[in-house]
Design a protein around this ligand. Structure first.
Ligand SMILES: [Zn+2]
Length: 423
């Protein structure tokens, strides 16, 4: 990695404008130390620029703000045996897995990442190692262990808390450890044999107590929820952001139980949603391209799930109702590799019918706002942190061009140049 004291210039055929809704053609981004200094047409660069700055001519690429991903599990493997590994591996192995995954995320173009569930003994040391420059990785917002019930969703890397008092205590413990965000498991989930995804794990009252504790420490609080009643509990409790936001009804083999009145309240209260449909899209493609079996029958509930088509219909309804979305891949879950946050944008365009620019905006500035760092990253704008990701092709024309970045700049440092990793 080069030092970040320097003045650097990155030229590209296409540079995202400040609003992240259009290109500036043949422009140059000038960085000074870790910040963006200015954005100018290449023709206006002084003729002696190479004497005063290090110039990187990136050529026919699309230069975007570094991507922001709202949902990672740093020590999960993204392989078919992801659950088994998370259950059985010890802390040193999980830590090595996380270190590798965070480098991979950064080199893929994700320069800011929110981790929503990893063991405390892994999550906080890895974040500190990245911050100190000991290992490469994105700027990280970390939850540490998610809070779940005994035998509940992800108990094997979570804090198990059953009563309201225990939940409040668990929130305080995460704050003491240095959590940037609190993650609650409001329902069971598919990753956990003993956790019924169709039923709530906590009452609205218990979740509200957790929200109160998080807000006392000015920490964001988010909740995984797959069940309709779980969504309703999160909305009533004032959880800042809902993760997945699926509407499963409680009975096995039955469908969804979408509740428009709950969604209206979600919008009125300004609650965000991460629909995690990029993960669903990668799963569908892996199954059709590699002939892999569908998701397993859930261990506890003994039922097959609900197809993505039905879920996507409810995501569209929430979108139309005005719910704000972030882009989180659920990195580390099966098929959700740590360097492909762009798949969120693919799903927004291909499944929800969004414009390419709306998807690109959500993958950068929008998600930065949703995870509360929109004042420092997510846009190519003077004064912002110099986090940049270049992509070959033009994702405004073909959203699939938003894949693995060819060049990555983090805080003004070039960490990958023309497909070559420098860290
Ligand atoms: Zn997750």
């Amino acid at each position: 990695m080069t030092s970040n004291q320097a003045r650097r210039v990155f030229t590209a055929a296409r540079v995202a404008n400040e609003a992240v809704d259009g290109w500036l053609e043949n422009h140059a981004v000038v960085t000074e130390g870790e910040k963006i200094d200015s954005i100018v047409p290449q023709g206006q660069l002084p003729s002696d620029i190479t004497d005063t700055a290090e110039v990187f001519e990136l050529g026919d690429v699309s230069l975007l703000p570094g991507l922001v991903d709202a949902h990672c599990h740093m020590h999960c493997s993204a392989t078919l045996d992801s659950q088994e590994l998370a259950l059985t591996e010890d802390v040193p192995r999980l830590t090595m897995r996380a270190v590798t995954a965070m480098r991979r995320a950064l080199l893929g173009g994700t320069t800011t990442l929110r981790d929503l569930g990893a063991r405390n003994e892994v999550a906080f040391p890895v974040r500190e190692a990245v911050r100190s420059g000991a290992i490469p990785g994105p700027r990280m917002l970390v939850a540490g262990t998610p809070i779940t019930i005994t035998a509940g969703h992800c108990w094997f890397f979570g804090t198990q808390a059953d009563t309201t008092e225990q939940v409040v205590s668990a929130v305080r413990n995460q704050v003491r450890q240095g959590a940037d965000v609190i993650k609650m498991m409001a329902t069971g989930g598919n990753f956990t044999p003993t956790a019924n995804p169709r039923r709530p794990q906590f009452s609205a009252e218990t979740l509200a107590a957790a929200v109160q504790e998080a807000e006392r420490s000015n920490v964001q609080i988010v909740a995984h929820t797959l069940a309709a009643q779980g969504v309703q509990n999160c909305v009533e409790a004032g959880i800042h952001q809902l993760i997945h936001g699926r509407w499963w009804s409680p009975e096995p083999n039955s469908g969804l139980d979408y509740r428009p009145d709950v969604v209206k309240r979600m919008v009125d209260q300004g609650q965000w949603l991460d629909p995690t449909i990029g993960h669903a899209l990668l799963g569908e493609e892996a199954r059709s391209e590699q002939g892999l079996p569908g998701p397993p029958v859930h261990w506890t509930v003994g039922t097959s799930g609900v197809g993505n088509t039905e879920h996507v219909e409810t995501v569209k309804l929430m979108d139309e109702a005005g719910v704000r979305f972030t882009a989180g891949l659920d990195m580390g879950m099966v098929h959700a590799v740590h360097d492909l946050t762009g798949a969120n944008a693919w799903a927004f365009v291909e499944w929800l019918g969004w414009s390419n620019w709306r998807a690109i905006h959500t993958a950068t500035a929008g998600t930065a706002e949703g995870v509360r760092v929109g004042d420092i990253v997510g846009r190519i704008k003077p004064g912002m942190i110099a986090d940049l990701a270049a992509f070959e092709g033009d994702p405004a024309q073909n959203i699939r061009d938003l894949k693995i970045a060819s060049t990555v700049v983090q805080s003004g440092n070039v960490v990958k140049l023309n497909h070559r990793a420098l860290v």
